[in-house]
Design a protein around this ligand. Structure first.
Ligand code: UD1
Ligand code: UDP
Length: 361
């Protein structure tokens, strides 16, 4: 049984389900959607574009405080797990749905496999950091995307025998769908009237929940927009908060759009002059694509995107963002020869399925 709930989960689980289909004698598979994300452009669009099967169950929990959301997922998930009694529960990433379902499973004696284990920002102000640590410590199998994950897990006393460095299933999805995204490029480019542009995504509470910080960042984007187009598909957490700032964005070179489907977003990522983000997944995707990325955060749990990839951290004040963006655009740091993290090769899901099959014989 697999759990998905929030936008980045779909890209991480789809390739595993695709691969598992090849082994019907070994495993039946069921998908549970917690309903943490529910807008069509935060959920349904990915089922369609990634070709995912319909969930067997949708818990329809919706939004709420951390405690409300986590507790609702746990309450609604427990009877499902008791009904289906899977041998393995596979949970991806670091969202509330991940931790809630891992906790229910481990208390019922269902083995938990964590996809994207071991990442650490060492910043407990991030709700995701708490979800990562607790999920890893509840898990029986831990699949890491980069070597830092193995180092972190060993330091925390998790047995090496449970940990498998397999690569990145989000990159599996990218590898599979990049050709389809490139086909979409011409139409999204003309639809948005794009030449050279900076692509922006922002949704971390530390950046968007404080009106002063968010206002500084929007002013930075307006300033970057004086020199180059800015395209900003706005996450629902961020939408109302921008509106309540009351900043006049009309006639400016900063284009706010609804959240985009995966193929259009990937096309925009692959063809951007620069990506400015606070997303975890986008740091990884730009690394794979060789597109320069500025991450507006004081830290990253994905250090390989800094050491091997194209990622750079920038603080969330206006001057720092504008200066870093200007110099990144001027230096044009697109990779002509691509250097990619080890095992980010499109076959992470195959490695995961192999381990699960070996564990079950
Ligand atoms: C969640 C994850 C975060 C992940 C992000 C991916 C947690 C703690 N956070 O953050 O790690 O990076 O998803 O996008 O799990 N909303 C809608 N429609 C939706 C979903 C949300 O309008 O379909 C709005 C609601 O007002 C909601 C707010 O967005 O209160 C935040 O949603 P929530 O799922 O709590 O957290 P995210 O910020 O999306
Ligand atoms: N993404 C998308 N449409 C958008 C913005 C992002 O399809 O408008 C994809 C992006 O390509 C990546 C994933 O969503 O695969 C990242 O999710 P998000 O940034 O919401 O979460 P995080 O990775 O920060 O947890």
């Amino acid at each position: 049984m697999y759990v998905v709930g929030a936008r980045p989960n779909f890209m991480k689980i789809a390739p595993i389900m695709d691969e598992m289909v090849n082994f019907p004698d070994d495993f039946e598979q069921y998908l549970v959607h917690t309903g943490q994300h529910y807008d069509a452009n935060m959920s349904a669009v990915f089922f369609e574009e990634l070709g995912m099967p319909r969930p067997a169950v949708n818990l329809e929990v919706g939004s709420g405080s951390h405690a409300q959301q986590t507790a609702q997922i746990m309450q609604r998930f427990e009877p499902i797990l008791l009904e289906y009694r899977p041998d393995w529960l596979v949970v991806p990433g670091d969202v509330n749905s991940t931790l809630a379902c891992a906790l229910v499973a481990s208390k019922l004696g269902v083995k938990v496999a964590h996809v994207e284990a071991g990442l650490r920002s060492f910043d407990r102000d991030m709700p995701e950091e708490i979800n990562r640590i607790l999920t890893d410590h509840l898990s029986d199998l831990l699949f890491t995307t980069e070597p830092s994950g193995n180092v972190n897990l060993r330091r925390e006393g998790i047995a090496d025998s449970k940990v498998h460095f397999v690569g990145n299933t989000m990159i599996d999805t990218l590898v599979r769908l990049l050709p389809s995204a490139q086909v979409r490029w011409a139409s999204i480019r003309s639809q948005l009237g794009l030449e050279n542009y900076v692509l922006v995504t922002l949704h971390r509470p530390s950046n968007v929940d404080d009106p002063f910080v968010l206002s500084e960042m929007i002013h930075a984007l307006l300033e970057i927009g004086l020199a180059t187009q800015v395209v900003f598909p706005v996450h629902p957490r961020t939408r109302q908060r921008i509106a309540s700032l009351g900043i006049n964005m009309a006639d400016k070179n900063v284009m706010l759009t609804e959240p985009l489907g995966y193929l259009d977003f990937l096309a925009l990522e692959a063809n951007a002059s620069l990506v400015l983000t606070d997303s975890g997944g986008v740091q990884e995707e730009t690394t794979y694509l060789g597109v320069p990325c500025l991450t507006v955060r004081p830290n990253t749990e994905r250090p390989i995107t800094l050491t091997v990839g194209t990622n750079q951290l920038v603080s969330n004040n206006r001057e720092a963002i504008v200066a870093s963006a200007q110099s990144a655009i001027m230096l044009d740091q697109h990779r002509s020869v691509l250097v990619r993290p080890e095992l980010w090769d499109g076959f992470a899901a195959r490695r995961i399925v192999n381990v699960l099959r070996e564990m079950s014989t």
